[in-house]
Design a protein around this ligand. Structure first.
Ligand code: G
Ligand code: G
Ligand code: NA
Ligand code: MN
Length: 259
């Protein structure tokens, strides 16, 4: 069998046995320098192939109709981790989970989210739902719109992911109570050395302020970019320059150093 076939055959078991799980990338407040949250990013810690990224296994999950299971697994591990930080007295305000359009169109997902929040005794504000601009744009699907609204009404924070790359910015803001814009990393790259990038970011931040939205810059890789975003008043930063996504067992030490 080809290597690809083997991986495909393994992917369902990997979801069940904990090999596929979230790694966590911190988000910092530019105002206080403290952790404002973690984004949960799916990783497959494969016993022989090393750590695989979503690009390598999302298509396999999709082919096997397992994307809904991924969402459940990511949710479950993320909230469990949040509970664990709480128990250790580590201050992590929220965890952000990425949901695809098909996740958000699944009526069972909402029940699962409520069930997990309940089980771990966490309030909905602790969960940030990351939604792609493109998903919101292509949501003539009433179920998707209804579910986003329900999550927002429950009290979950809604983050608009990859902001600026889709074509739904204003539509999304009008339809849903978005809490925060995640400015796509393509705008952040070299922004401290590129006046055009700076003008674009400046325009987004001004817009966000007028609309009373929080802002987060993704893909912050250098100290120069970090300083610029802070100076421009972007509320939160996330990127390799702060930390790469890390496994749960490395998070406690990282949090302790940034509290
Ligand atoms: O972590 P990385 O940069 O490799 O992620 C690649 C892409 O996979 C990103 O667009 C990210 O949003 C997406 N991704 C990561 N984790 C999940 C997940 O749990 N569910 C979904 N639907 N997408 C994810
Ligand atoms: O689509 P989404 O924004 O969820 O994608 C997040 C992806 O971006 C993750 O796969 C993560 O590994 C990646 N990422 C996070 N920080 C950086 C960064 O500073 N630079 C680059 N190039 N990628 C990043
Ligand atoms: Na995201
Ligand atoms: Mn993004």
């Amino acid at each position: 069998a080809s290597p690809k076939t083997e991986l495909k055959d393994e992917v369902e078991a990997a979801l069940g046995n904990g090999e596929i799980l979230p790694w966590f990338q911190p988000q910092l407040s530019t105002e206080t320098g403290r952790i404002s949250g973690f984004e949960a990013l799916a990783r497959w810690v494969h016993p022989t192939r090393g750590v695989l990224s979503p690009a390598e296994f999302l298509p396999l999950l999709e082919e096997n109709n397992l994307l809904d299971r991924l969402a459940e697994v990511m949710m479950h591990h993320s909230l469990k981790s949040l509970k664990s930080w709480d128990r250790s007295g580590l201050d992590v305000p929220s965890v952000g989970v990425n949901f695809s359009g098909s996740d958000l169109g699944n009526p069972q997902l909402l029940e699962k989210i409520e069930w997990d929040l309940d089980r771990f005794e966490l309030t909905p504000e602790r969960l940030t739902v990351e939604v792609l601009e493109t998903v919101v744009a292509s949501a003539p699907d009433d179920m998707v719109a209804r579910n986003i609204k329900k999550l927002e009404e429950m009290g979950c924070g809604i983050d608009l992911d990859d902001f600026g790359t889709g074509n739904a910015s204003f539509l999304a803001v009008r339809r849903f109570k978005i809490r925060r814009l995640k400015i796509d990393r393509s705008f952040v790259s070299r922004a401290d050395r590129d006046p055009e990038q700076q003008r674009l970011i400046g325009a987004m931040l001004t817009m966000a302020e007028r609309l009373d939205l929080e802002t987060l810059a993704e893909g912050v890789e250098t100290a120069g970019e970090h300083a610029l975003l802070a100076q421009l008043g972007c509320h939160h930063v996330q990127g390799f320059g702060i930390a790469r996504p890390m496994p749960f067992d490395q998070t406690a030490a990282w949090i302790a150093q940034h509290t």
